[in-house]
Design a protein around this ligand. Sequence first.
Ligand SMILES: Cc1cc2nc3c(=O)[nH]c(=O)nc-3n(C[C@H](O)[C@H](O)[C@H](O)COP(=O)(O)OP(=O)(O)OC[C@H]3O[C@@H](n4cnc5c(N)ncnc54)[C@H](O)[C@@H]3O)c2cc1C
Length: 417
Amino acid sequence: MFQPFTEEHEHFRKTVRDFAEKELLPNAEAWEESECFPNEVFKRAGELGILGAHYPEEHGGSGGDYWFSMVKAEELPRCQMAGTTMGLLVQSDMATPVISDIGTKDQIEEFLVPALAGDKIAALGVTEPGAGSDVSAIRTTARKDGDDYVLNGSKTYITNGTRCDFVTLLAKTNPEAGAHGCSFFLVPTNLDGFGVSRKLKKLGNKSSDTAEMFLEDVRIPKRYLLGQENMAFMYLMQNFQSERLIACASTTAGLFLALEDAVTWARDRVVFGKPLIKREYWQQKLVDLYTKVEAGKSMTYRCADQYNHEKYVVKQPLSFETVKLISMAKVSWRKSAARSPTSASRSTAARGIWTNTGSRAPGVISDWSASEAAPPRPCATTSPSSWGSEDVLCPVPSWNRTNPPSCSIAHRRPRCR
Ligand SMILES: Cc1cc2nc3c(=O)[nH]c(=O)nc-3n(C[C@H](O)[C@H](O)[C@H](O)COP(=O)(O)OP(=O)(O)OC[C@H]3O[C@@H](n4cnc5c(N)ncnc54)[C@H](O)[C@@H]3O)c2cc1C
């Protein structure tokens, strides 16, 4: 039988499970309510080795393989806050892998090491008001000026965006070249001209903060260019694979929790003289859902196995086969999985709606709307569409550094009104 987890992985699993259940879960109601989890959570996850699980030791990680990251993604949803899980996974698996892959020694020291320790909060800045799935349509520009770059534009839907210390940010260095004119930058958020326009309110994933941000003549030194100029579309497509994979793993884990919850409820709830679980309709339904989730888990593990082999054993760039498989997992598995919690929570009827009655379904599942709505971003081998022609203006309300943040949790830096 395929068994990727060693004793060491299982030991780490216990650490993450304890963190999720004993340190995070008791705060779920408060953090969902305040739509933010405290900055200290990043620090604690760093101390426990959760953020750096699969990074090389010289990058501030624990030197493990990718299966450590899978363990982390499987256990974090036990905190029953999809938002907190997402905020932590953005820090460890979305905003930072590209720094480890292509960063210079100085960039790794300045950004990656403190991010994996939880001392600096990271965000990934790709999406813009006018560009989501079509990444090459971004409008943010980085213009060379002497020894600096000057950035102008806006980003939206950015997780950890209201309190991040830096953004791994995609900008156009050659706007005429479409996908071949994109570059990555590491942008500290304490620079003049950088601001958060607003904190966005979401239907789900509540405990994570999501922001719109703007850049007005933000001047950064050339040393913050990540990798080569105009090559970022390729880097991003590699980075997206770890993003998709980790999202598939945490989604699968969340679905198992929601199903466990549905079964417990169906055992206990007596309707017209019989527990729900004794009704053939619910037996079939639950078996069908478990089958789907098991199938999704198998697909996710197959992706993780290939990803681990290529990145951690033979240490090569990902093959087209692996990119294809991970993209398939993202589209087919997460899309069909999206229906499972809805069906599962139907057995709990009214109870599945409330977030403070003990039902896990509303809290453990990550951003369904995003996974359902978004088609896969094109993989590096497909030809990107050209840069759109419509002008999109950034909504930039006044940035007020003295105004206190509206969120009740203390942030390290002030946010906008
Ligand atoms: C909770 C949350 C957190 C996020 N965090 C981040 C973050 O940290 N950093 C970041 O950069 N982004 C983040 N995002 C943004 C996310 O990556 C985008 O939402 C996603 O890429 C989709 O873009 P969009 O929402 O603009 O949809 P669009 O790309 O505008 O798509 C709109 C609709 O058009 C459809 N569509 C798109 N292309 C085609 C096509 N070729 N043919 C037919 N239909 C098509 C889509 O399926 C969708 O239904 C986050 C989103 C959410 C919901």
